[in-house]
Design a protein. Structure first.
Length: 129
């Protein structure tokens, strides 16, 4: 089981150098102090963000490769659909939560709509500004 599970918002904040919390979490993975996983949905969302240059794109790829990628297979898709139906999250976010539930790890996000998943003990982790 990974130590951390990152939502897209954490990685976007890291790559944009937006806050120290995101930087500390991702740097712990880069330095081998922690392990992390991300959803295939997060990978797609990161690829959708326009990169400034080739170096930034390569850096992003290198960091992502340090993390376990969790695919959206049939069991994850079914779980994500139920999460969407039960908790009202958007489908991509429900699939990210489903991936976290499958592999474990403390969930980290900057998006407040995930707070209810933590409050309802669907996942453990932290939502921070």
């Amino acid at each position: 089981m990974p130590d951390y599970f990152f939502d897209t918002s954490v990685l976007v904040a890291y790559f944009k150098n937006e806050d120290s919390r995101s930087a500390a979490l991702v740097e712990a993975v880069i330095n081998g102090q922690a392990t992390a996983a991300i959803s295939a949905i997060t990978i797609a969302e990161l690829w959708a963000v326009k990169q400034q240059d080739v170096r930034a794109h390569r850096r992003q790829q290198a960091v992502i490769q340090l993390m376990q990628s969790v695919p959206v297979d049939t069991p994850v898709a079914e779980r994500g659909g139920l999460i969407r139906q039960t908790h009202g999250l958007q489908l991509p976010d429900a699939l990210v939560v489903a991936c976290c539930q499958v592999v474990g790890g403390r969930f980290f996000s900057k998006d407040p709509h995930f707070r209810r998943m933590l409050d309802q003990h669907e996942i453990t982790g932290e939502v921070y500004p």
